[in-house]
Design a protein around this ligand. Structure first.
Ligand code: UDX
Ligand code: ADP
Length: 458
């Protein structure tokens, strides 16, 4: 008999992952539970709780057939055989390890819930990114009760990126499954391998020990973030030396050992993973006494923050050393294009730095304005929100692009320029616009990673 699947946590990871599982394994019954009733109601409605291209179609094709969304966590646990855990594990904001360690409270509560409601043996799969050796802690909690129920804990980190989740899940570079080297551990791993085998080629399914699997997720995100910080570090040097970071990235990326991906300079990385996972790695290294290793990875985050303050510093300098009372149209608030997610978005910090300088900031974004309003709620009327970029540009001294939305490449800049105050500045924090054309139109163009194109005397 095909075994029932449950996923606890209906967020950016749990929702899309289970939707694809349901699509690829139509003979499996998959239930996604969450204690956030509004989120579950959205998954059951015509408006998905998250914006992810292609997701709605997949959910609609499976929902009610073999994919179900519910708030009944207890029943879900009781009726399932394989339980994926994809609850949030944010960075701790209090106590020991605040600002660095993972906050495991949601994860631990989930483990206790599983223990409370399980009456039959379960395979418990960690999908959330967790510190190395968490599976061990989970196993200890799960076996702390008096019942004879056996729990086999596996690590199966998710590598999907937001905005491309459907393609990443349908054709993953690899699926990683870590399990214990015991008869029960090997059987559980084989069961998960068979599940993914329904659509993932066998050579792309890797099995490892649990700790390697947990660490590989942190390591992959740390290496990706490190690449972004490396190219951003070089972008600062380009601006100082009249080199061009796009040309440099192209030249180094053509070395097949380096490769061309993830070499796009910009205002820095955001998203729920990179920042959190590097800090998590730093905390782990520190707690094992590996200070030099911790400091090496810490620098990736320091550089990311520096890139944002540097960007704001360059804006202030370009605009005659003051932006007080200047209207700045900030276009793009999502941490990357094709998502409404703003977690750790560089735009949050940049907006705050601009407001500290008493600029009048108008935020616009095609998908992320609701989240932006929440992120900046404490700033009150010091920030305005405007969905229409043309309205945001009225009387603005500067357009500041922080997300590389395709919509922004298609903007009619000949309509935008006459609405602005002169001299009109344009800061491209993602290097995705045609700088020469904008300069010819009359903008003073300041791209990150190459010298400005200015109509003004220095
Ligand atoms: C990342 C990992 O890619 C994914 O494998 C993991 O599961 C979760 O974390 P995500 O955060 O969704 O995914 O997006 P990603 O495409 O990796 O971008 C992260 C950030 O880096 C974005 O803010 C993006 O703008 C920035 N970035 C990325 C750059 O600034 N330059 C680049 O060249 C690439
Ligand atoms: P991610 O990006 O990792 O998917 P999200 O924050 O988007 O993270 O989603 C995690 C989800 O897990 C949230 O919707 C949250 O309500 C849910 N969650 C957290 N703890 C529990 C719990 N004990 N039971 C059910 N759902 C939970």
């Amino acid at each position: 008999m095909k075994r029932n699947i449950l996923c606890i946590g209906a967020g950016y990871v749990g929702g899309p992952t289970m939707a694809i599982l349901a699509q690829q394994c139509p003979d499996r019954r998959i239930t996604v539970v969450d204690n956030n009733a509004a989120r579950i109601a959205a998954w059951n409605s015509d408006t998905m709780p998250i914006y992810e291209p292609g997701l709605e179609e997949v959910v609609k094709s499976c929902r009610g057939r073999n994919l179900f969304f519910s708030t009944d966590v207890a029943r879900g646990i009781a009726e399932s055989d394989i339980i994926f855990v994809s609850v949030n594990t944010p960075t701790k904001t209090f106590g020991q390890g605040a600002g660095c360690a993972a906050d495991l409270q949601y994860w631990e509560k989930t483990a206790r819930l599983i223990l409370q409601h399980a009456t039959t043996d379960k395979i418990v799969v960690e999908k959330s990114t967790l510190p190395v050796r968490t599976a061990h802690a989970m196993s200890r909690i799960l076996h702390s009760g008096a019942s004879a129920v056996h729990f086999e804990v596996l690590s199966n980190p998710e590598f999907l990126a937001e905005g491309t989740a459907i393609a990443d899940l349908t054709r993953p570079d690899r699926v990683l499954i870590g399990g214990a080297d015991t008869p029960q551990g090997r059987a559980a791993v084989a069961e998960l391998v068979a599940l993914y085998g329904a659509w993932v080629p066998p050579e792309r399914i890797l099995t490892t020990n649990v700790w390697s699997s947990e660490l590989s997720k942190l390591a992959a995100n740390a290496m990706l973030a490190q690449r972004v910080s490396s190219i951003n570090a070089l972008s600062a040097l380009c601006e100082a030396t009249e080199a061009n970071i796009s040309e440099v990235a192209r030249a180094i990326g053509m070395d097949s050992r380096i490769g061309p991906k993830f070499l796009k300079a910009g205002v820095g990385f955001g998203g729920s993973c990179f920042h959190k996972d590097i800090l998590n790695l730093v905390y782990l290294c520190d707690s094992y006494g590996l200070t030099e290793v911790a400091n090496y990875w810490r620098q990736v985050v320091i550089l990311n923050d520096y890139q944002q303050s540097r960007f704001v510093g360059a804006m202030i300098r370009a605009m005659f050393n003051t932006i007080a009372d200047k209207r700045i149209a900030l276009l793009g608030f999502a941490f990357k294009a094709d998502t409404g997610d703003t977690r750790e978005s560089p735009a949050i910090r940049i907006t705050r730095l601009l407001v500290e300088e008493h600029a009048r900031v108008v935020v616009s974004d095609p998908r992320a304005l609701d989240n932006a309003r929440k992120d900046l709620a404490d700033l009150g009327d010091r920030v305005l929100f405007e969905p229409d970029p043309y309205a945001a540009a009225v009387d603005a001294d500067a357009l500041v692009f922080l997300t590389d939305w395709r919509e922004y490449q298609a903007l009619d800049f000949t309509r935008l320029l006459p609405r602005m105050r002169r001299p009109a500045f344009l800061f491209d924090g993602r290097r995705f616009l045609d700088h020469d054309a904008l300069f010819r139109l009359g903008f003073n163009v300041h791209p990150i990673g190459s010298p400005p194109l200015s109509h003004l005397d220095n």
